[in-house]
Design a protein. Structure first.
Length: 123
């Protein structure tokens, strides 16, 4: 099971890297989404998830600590999923408005604003 999760994590990181290196803002956002999913799987793999372990409840019939699971990694993963969903929604909305304003989502074709800084203190 750990080998399968490791392979999936590698594929997600590889796919995310491939998409981030493509010249399209939408693909960059999708690559970042794959990165966040891969990071969530890393936390699952490091959190010691096992199907035979249960969450610790106060009124549990089991008294053995070896059958209990640490409840913090799933909580962190759930929080990370919510945060990554919000960040992806923000990035997709930004990409949509960039496309509406400029007619392209290629970062190489977007205009670059060059600031003209005038310094009054230099003679």
């Amino acid at each position: 099971m750990e080998l399968l999760i490791a392979i999936v994590i590698g594929v997600l990181f590889g796919g995310g890297t491939y998409l981030i290196l493509r010249p399209s803002l939408i693909r960059v956002v999708m690559g970042l989404a794959l990165y966040s999913n891969a990071a969530n799987l890393v936390m699952i793999a490091c959190g010691g998830y096992s199907p035979d372990r249960t969450a610790p409840f106060v009124n549990s019939d089991t008294n053995s600590i070896s059958t209990l699971m640490d409840p913090l990694p799933p909580d962190f993963i759930l929080t990370a999923i919510v945060i990554s969903f919000a960040v992806n929604a923000l990035f997709l909305t930004t990409c949509y408005f960039v496309y509406l304003d400029h007619g392209t989502d290629d970062p190489g074709q977007l205009p670059v604003n060059k600031l003209k800084v005038e310094n009054d203190f230099v003679e």
